[in-house]
Design a protein around this ligand. Sequence first.
Ligand SMILES: Cc1cc2nc3c(=O)[nH]c(=O)nc-3n(C[C@H](O)[C@H](O)[C@H](O)COP(=O)(O)O)c2cc1C
Length: 367
Amino acid sequence: MTNGLDDILKSRKDEHIYIVLENNVETKRSTWLENIILIHKSLPEIDLSAIDLRATLFGREFSAPVLIEAMTGGTELGARINKNLASVAQEYNIPMGLGSQRAGLRNKDTTWTYRIARETAPDAFLIGNIGAPQLRELRPRDIDELVSMIEADALAIHLNALQEVVQWEGDTNYSGVLSKIREITDYLDIPVLIKETGAGISKETARSVIEAGVRGIDVAGVGGTSWSAVEYYRAIRRNHEGKSNLGKLYWDWGIPTAASILEVKTAVHQSGVRERVYIIGSGGIRTGLDAAKSIVLGADFIGMAKPFLKPAIEGVKAIKKFLDLFLDELKTALFLTGSKNISELRSSEFVILSPLKDWIEQRKLII
Ligand SMILES: Cc1cc2nc3c(=O)[nH]c(=O)nc-3n(C[C@H](O)[C@H](O)[C@H](O)COP(=O)(O)O)c2cc1C
């Protein structure tokens, strides 16, 4: 059975995809990764062909530290995207996030558009997804359903306060979310992670979600897709002047990705929790060099959404072409820093320039 909200949810998902494909929805501010200079090693003393990109996330080993970030589901186009991405996640042994499963929970006719990822990728590490404002309406059996829909290996809860406030029909009640996160981490056996959607996570927010039991934080900082921009375009189409003005004003709002990785790293170091908390660097990661810098700063993994979108619609070949180039770029950074593997890259030397340097000082962050 469908009703008005289900129709909105369905058409909104595809509208988001078309807006991202057809407009410039990236922030005008950068990730600040350009303020990290990796120190070049003229004598790397390693063989490029022997470089090993394997990395661990939530205790599982992957062939490279690259996560396909949450994007879609709920529509036929979403199903096609999920199927193609899942096929690459399976072949390359990299993890993949599904888009918000809210539509799948509300309308059973759409669950196949998520499930197709599991059918295509029986062995892949798949991450379920639900929005923070929707947590209030979830009952335990809905949480079970989120997981069973795709046989999820982890569940991501996305924080998108910026998007909801600019969205003309957004859900702006964020009260009580933290205690719901706590309930879900207590309830589930699989790891729960928190992800932003392009505005970055501060050390204060990171600390509170770590205390609530999350095992991973995906920073999704400023420098890539701006959800204020996406909702700006939706407001323009509807002549919604208030929301389009708001979207323009807050286009670049948030914490740049490089700063957010350090914010979260500081919170993880200071938290004193026994269980490992993984950090995913995302938001505007566009090259393998961005990935290398994020890892040097403290990310265990990096994630990308928008760069996968167009190739995912084109097909598996296009996704593989993009990914192969990206992994070559990452390997090049390892080679030029004399790092045989990801853990050696993590201890490479680097210099931090202002304004990131000023941010670190004012916010008393750990490098
Ligand atoms: C078309 C599209 C749809 C998205 N849908 C979701 C979603 O359903 N759930 C979610 O957590 N994030 C969603 N995101 C946000 C991404 O997962 C990611 O955090 C954000 O786009 C920043 O990464 P990027 O700069 O590499 O695109 C979406 C992103 C795009 C481009």
